[in-house]
Design a protein around this ligand. Sequence first.
Ligand SMILES: CC(=O)N[C@H]1[C@@H](OP(=O)(O)OP(=O)(O)OC[C@H]2O[C@@H](n3ccc(=O)[nH]c3=O)[C@H](O)[C@@H]2O)O[C@H](CO)[C@@H](O)[C@@H]1O
Ligand SMILES: C=C(OP(=O)(O)O)C(=O)O
Length: 432
Amino acid sequence: MDYIQVQAAGPLHGSVPIQGSKNSSLALLAASCLADAEVTLEGIPNIYDFRVIQQIGKDIGLVIERRPNGQMRMDPRFIHSATIDPGKASAYRASYYFIGALLAKFGKVTVGFPGGDDFVSRPIDQHIKAFRALGADVTFYNDHYVVEASQLRGADIYFDMITSGATINAMLAAARANGRTRLFNAAMDPEVVDTANFLNQLGARIVGAGTDKIRIEGVPYLSGGTYSVIPDRLIAGAFLMAAGIRGGSVTVNQIIPEHLGSCLAKLQEIGIELDVQDQSITAYSTGRLRATRVRTGMYPGFATDLQQPLTALLTQAGGKSIITERVYPKRFAHVHQLKRLGADVEIRKESAYIKGGVPLQGNWVHATDVRAGTCLILAGMAADGITRITGIEHIERGYEDAIDMFHSLGARVSRQSMTDDQRQELNEIRSQ
Ligand SMILES: CC(=O)N[C@H]1[C@@H](OP(=O)(O)OP(=O)(O)OC[C@H]2O[C@@H](n3ccc(=O)[nH]c3=O)[C@H](O)[C@@H]2O)O[C@H](CO)[C@@H](O)[C@@H]1O
Ligand SMILES: C=C(OP(=O)(O)O)C(=O)O
């Protein structure tokens, strides 16, 4: 088994190019099934979830060919099945997009329940509600569910809460439905806008993405084309935070700064200086940070996926910080690991109370999900001694090359193979 080893180093310096957005890529890869011709997607990161999609593609006849520089050729014309293997569907979260993407063409889609980061219960009732509103029947079985509609028809859909996944899925299904669909209380995330832009480039008629009301006129045909995925705002945010934890300067390149508005405001509040350019941001920090209060929220609020690296950062900010998690109120698995490094954090209801400025000490910790992984790498950079992080597979769900990226900034981060002695040490720790 491999683990990530992190040791304290001097200030970070350098710049990193930011990969294409994981969450947008997952939507675009499925959305390509809606096309009636070949599609080329650019900037798709080579991450674990993508490799699962490649296997699903093979099963259903979706041609997926990876070319150099993150370019993907997708040919949906040979899809012969809309049955997604439950095991593969459950290996990641966004497999639910195959329903929206295949329903109009096939009339019946079978798919396993979504997997992905298992930090809390993550219902899909709003996806189901949207499919039913569009005229589909949904039947649940033990390890999969079946969505059927002989003819999807446009409808007005009012989401009970703001959800990016259900907004995108409803948009996919409605793109080729009969008539007009209107989505109310829609998510405004850049990934929603990216999916709408992609579909519109293929000939879809989607208006209003990026606001809370989206109107979709269904079309009978979608052409092929070439499209570049947006950069990953969540990875960019985490690297800017890395500058704060050790001091120094970190530039994130090839990004869209507007996607990071609430994150940038918060980083400035805690004492990180920012130089924002058209497609890059540099964070400067002396390592002296101020405590703050943060509430996560759906876009343009502070992203729940940035809450974990921010928690690591705030363990080093003098004073008391409070992070309130409003999107997934129990998403605090990383806090238990931070405490193993000596962090003083207490969870009460949906909030983490952090006493900052407490020295951290290296230890074995486990990344339970992709963002917990980033949090622990950052915390390890601030800790004395060696921090060893297991659960690399979770980090690889989101990052193409996290270790090299941190390493290139001067961080002492490396991948190591576990020795027999270490395995025994870890077993002893886990049995305590
Ligand atoms: C693959 C992907 O894009 N994952 C992202 C996506 O997940 P995902 O699309 O699953 O998350 P949603 O935006 O749907 O969830 C937002 C909120 O709505 C709730 N909800 C959602 C759907 C539903 O049917 N019922 C329901 O109650 C959720 O529990 C959560 O409280 O957005 C999350 C919130 O920004 C991010 O953390 C994930 O990284
Ligand atoms: C929660 C996340 O991903 P997923 O929804 O794919 O599990 C994430 O990217 O932080």
